[in-house]
Design a binder for this molecule. Sequence first.
Ligand code: CUA
Length: 332
Amino acid sequence: MARAVSVRAHGRKPAHWSQACSAAALAFGGCAGPQSSLDPSGDEAGRVAELFWLMCAGGAAILALVLGIALYATYGKSRPHGERFAHGFVVVAGILLPILVLAGLLVHGLSLMVRARAPADPGLRIAVSGEEFWFRVAYERPGQGPVESANEIRLPVGRRVELALTSPDVIHSFWLPALAGKMDMIPGRTNRLVIEATRPGTFRGACAEFCGSSHALMAFTAVAMEPADYEAWLAREAAPAAARDAAAFLRNGCGACHAVRGTEAVSQVGPDLTHLAARPTIGAGLMANTPENLRRFVAEVDRLKPGARMPGFRMLPAGELDAIVAYLGRLR
Ligand code: CUA
């Protein structure tokens, strides 16, 4: 009987295998890229991926074992086993095996977590706050004031950076899957996530906790750079805006919510725009940073990003809108 089954199964094997392989290739094709925890470029993400693959392999082995026993019970055994064997089987496969497997997994998982609690390198701390619906970023520097930015996080490769995560309004969740695990951003509390990029690159992160109508439009870019490049970048980012002619920006009230360091605009309500033109995206990962998109964003933010606190400025005369967009485009 068992032989007949195996022959029948064997007869269908080629078609099933090729279909399964095609499906797996399609599924795993989506595992690479700048926002994948299965394509890790960070210390913690590497350990998360390791645990994932271990659990996948273990789960597959246990599934194969259970299916084998089920097939054996269905086709392979014509007479019942003795009571002694049945009891022994329940004790070994039903009690001892789960205890050993789960205890082993727990010990391994805890050992992977130990390094996540290790301290960051001195002087590397970035405060990140989840806002509705964008990320406020401040690079803390020992002995100097913080460098304010938004929706982009730069990291030196091979250095452990502490992210201090919080929120002033509702709960958000900081998730940069290619570099680390997920961490909630909770009002009234600062959560700590230590992150270490293991190779240079540009990655995408997003809010991973439903926080309002534009939750799905709340993303950020992370750029891992060689430490010397990072230091040079931070020095440039700390400098005030070099762009001239902020008049249209200021007379239309943009400074009531935004800061551009080096000008009269100092408000902290919305994202800091001092070096906006150097960021790859606008609107918290919403669109590429191009003049056309900037113009659309300023005029129609209420339509593009429901629930955002910024009103759409479509009522501005075209010349004023053009002047504001041109100024924003010069904020390198
Ligand atoms: Cu912020 Cu979802």
